[in-house]
Ligand binder design. Structure first.
Ligand SMILES: [Zn+2]
Length: 70
């Protein structure tokens, strides 16, 4: 086994971390603007369980599907 310490992150992991930071920053911006907890596509209010699963969720299931399909 080679020594893979916790500080030796691969670029993939780093970019994933950067993405997470971006998501959190965007969520905090929405907190400022009073739109946190709402779908950025249709404005639907997320329920508590959805926010529990993903506190920085941006799109409801419908909008996420639409975005993925188109
Ligand atoms: Zn939506």
């Amino acid at each position: 086994m080679s020594s893979l310490g916790p500080m030796e992150e691969t670029p993939d992991e780093l970019s994933s971390l950067t993405k997470q930071l971006d998501d959190i920053e965007a969520a905090m911006e929405r907190l400022d603007q009073g739109t946190y907890g709402r779908c950025q596509g249709c404005g639907t209010q997320f329920d508590a369980s959805a926010l529990e699963r993903n506190p920085v969720v941006e799109l409801c299931v419908n909008c996420a599907q639409t975005r993925n399909n188109g």
